[in-house]
Design a protein around this ligand. Sequence first.
Ligand code: NAD
Ligand code: MG
Length: 371
Amino acid sequence: MTIDKKTLHVALDERSYDIIAAPGVLSDAGRYFLPLLKTKRVVIVTDSNVGPLYLDQLGQSLTDSGITYDVVTLPAGEATKSMAHFEQLLEDILAMGIERGTTLIALGGGVIGDITGFAASTLLRGIDFIQVPTTLLSQVDSSVGGKTGINAKAGKNLIGAFHQPRLVLIDTESLNSLPKRELLAGYAEVVKYGLLGDADFFNWLEENGQKLIDGDQDVRREAILRSCAAKADVVAQDEREGGVRALLNLGHTFGHALEKECGYDGGLLHGEAVAIGMVMAFEYCAAQGLCPQEDVVRVKEHLLSLDMPVDLRALPCEDWTAELLMKHMLKDKKVKDGKVMFVLVRGIGQAYLSRDVEDQALKEYLDDLLV
Ligand code: NAD
Ligand code: MG
């Protein structure tokens, strides 16, 4: 993996690709795409919020580079990651008369990236796709790892494939139009990378987080590339998920339990649940004497300084009990032989995996928290 001022090279043998992040690159998209295209024909998939904002700019740059394009616009929102929308998307793209050399372009957040990548993995037994992620969450999370897919009735992201993009093009200016709540939710995943393995990055975020939120393009570029590098580093050790990749779930086991009760319908965003979940992971570890209390304070203070949620008791969902939270945690995907895989911390930047969390210790921590 190499990183320069605006490019991160994700090394995965023949599936290697670049992540480019800088302000204004959307206007140069055609020039970046051209060397990678097998034919000068692409299909752009976007959503009803992002299309009106950025299609003109992307389309103009493609035209300037002699690339022709069609567009499919899907409704914005998580409900689009469904079998019904997926089927319609495949039919719409096939009706355009695509060839094996056609490349799909995902222009939007994680919803568009996931469904478009999955479509690319199955159309004509697999065609290329390029990600142009426009939310902070998709820029720092779905850009790396090659996971694509849709939701099933039985749960989120249960139908999908590993399919690596040919390029990820991130225009940091696209975050200017993102609602602040979505920006902060994505920022929780940025903080996660510092907390799980890079204390220097967390120090840097304490200095620069506010600038990122306020729109400093240089800080955004650096934070995004450092986050992608951190994720790429973990994924490179564990591409198909079996071991260390689980470290990326710091805050997610607690977070998923919160989402089960009050998420998925706009009540609580994934990143908000992760922010609270990371604080809970630190608090639990401090209560067990595994992690210094001063690190818990730093994590909380940083999130609070940016108006991010840190306390489940402030959520608009009543009746939290330790039993309810633990029931949800035991249903987490990462359960094996009835034992939850927890991401614990010895301090900021020092996460590790453990299946040895005792129910009793967890219950005591949650009971104390909920009094
Ligand atoms: P999203 O795609 O729904 O985007 C959030 C909202 O912001 C939507 O309403 C969207 O229309 C709008 N939007 C997007 N870009 C905008 C912009 N620049 N300006 C204004 N509005 C904009 O959600 P998300 O948070 O980007 O992604 C969540 C999805 O990503 C989930 O389905 C999750 O499962 C998936 N995900 C996938 C991976 C992976 O590795 N593949 C990783 C993390 C998350
Ligand atoms: Mg996440």
